[in-house]
Design a binder for this molecule. Structure first.
Ligand SMILES: [Zn+2]
Length: 387
């Protein structure tokens, strides 16, 4: 049996901090976490002086099939399955290199993210996959999503996802910025339609998360009992309106919310859609307020959709959240232990006995300087060092 001892200066274990950790790993799992201890003589030693250990990061909202160049939808549609799988392999490697060891793909073409996972040819992050997003006729991402109208079609689309091995159902509940023919502040499905989809999904054991920029779409989704809200921009025709009753419900019910904010600064990159540009400040303020009130907010910066959002962008999103004044430890919890629970993968969110040895080591101390996340020095997946 292979035993590995990892030593570093500091530990953020997914919840709290400690110094001088020694993490013991056996067969891909963490068996003990001690402090100031001497490594057992029979263990291989990984000595990371000066580094901080953390759980591998979890990005709950990526698109492995998008290549992060301008206009990725066109290429996802035009490329062969083999070419998309190659794009996904490169994307997955970039996520791992950035310390993101678990991703949730919230919209591919033809269940290719499921196929990538099943092929398992190279070292991959843990992948949860939604398959193609469900949308309405002429709706957001209709070019590659599953287009449905009415409750019966929604129910059958949900059952297809269960049959095809998806882990989660993704529904486009409002328009989106990447589909200029749709309106981000307008809902795409009624509450009754979303409720039918949720009912069918829960019957087959799948959670439902919805893309919802529109305040009205968030309302519909909450009333329908969805399991998560993506983006959650509170958009109305007049701008961002974080209605108190909606915010209260998000906090009280602890509905998982992913924030699309955060990007890697890239010179000369095309600007986001005008609606997003115009409302960016208000969207940031609303998300920070929801986070501070105890909403179950995680960063989910939509890796792959644009040059500023390459695969592995998540650490930049966390840096931005701290830059917006949020507590660094709370921000780190969001995309480790909180995300692991929200995604139903509790063994992924902690550096603790019994958890999977998916471990990130960064240079410096991310609690005192969050930009430490941008310099990973080691990444382990199931105890295997891949960086
Ligand atoms: Zn997305």
């Amino acid at each position: 049996m292979r035993r590995l001892a990892i030593r570093a200066a500091r530990l953020f274990d997914g919840v709290t901090c400690a110094s001088d950790p020694m993490v013991l790993v056996e067969d891909g799992r963490i068996t003990s976490v001690q402090h100031g201890a001497t490594p057992p003589p029979d263990a291989e030693l990984l000595d990371l002086t000066g580094a901080t250990l953390l759980p591998g990061l979890i990005d709950p909202h990526v698109h492995l099939g998008f290549d992060a160049a301008p206009g990725p939808i066109d290429r996802l549609v035009a490329r062969s399955d083999a070419e998309v799988l190659e794009t996904m392999t490169v994307a997955a490697a970039a996520q791992l290199a950035a310390g993101v060891t678990t991703v949730r793909d919230l919209g591919d073409r033809d269940y290719l993210a499921v196929r990538l996972r099943e092929a398992g040819a190279t070292a991959l992050p843990t992948i949860l996959a939604a398959g193609p997003p469900i949308t309405c006729p002429d709706g957001h991402c209709a070019a590659f999503g599953t287009v449905v109208a009415g409750e019966t079609a929604l129910r059958s689309a949900v059952r297809e996802r269960a049959d095809r091995g998806a882990d989660v159902v993704k529904i486009m509940a409002s328009g989106g910025g990447m589909t200029p023919s749709t309106q981000m502040h307008m809902p795409q499905f009624t509450c009754a339609e979303l409720a039918a989809a949720v009912d069918e999904a829960h019957r087959v054991g799948l959670p439902v998360t919805v893309h919802a920029h529109a305040l009205e779409a968030i309302r519909n989704a909450l009333a329908a009992g969805v399991d998560g809200i993506e983006h959650c921009s509170f958009l109305t025709a007049d701008g961002v309106h974080a209605a108190e009753d909606v915010v209260r419900e998000l906090v009280e019910r602890q509905v998982p919310v992913t924030s699309p904010l955060g990007q890697r600064p890239i010179e000369g990159a095309p600007p986001p859609p005008p609606v997003v540009q115009r409302n960016m400040g208000a969207m940031q303020a609303a998300m920070a307020a929801l986070f501070r009130r105890g909403g179950r907010v995680m960063a989910g910066p939509d890796a792959g959709i644009a040059p500023q959002k390459p695969h592995g962008v998540l650490p930049y999103a966390l840096v931005d959240m701290v830059g917006a004044g949020l507590d660094p430890a709370a921000v780190l919890r969001a995309n480790t232990s909180v995300a692991a629970e929200a995604l139903g993968l509790p063994a992924k969110g902690r550096v603790a006995p019994g958890c999977d040895a998916d471990v990130l080591a960064v240079e410096g101390d991310p609690i005192s300087d969050i930009t430490a996340l941008l310099t990973p020095v080691a990444v382990l997946v199931g105890g295997q060092r891949i960086r």
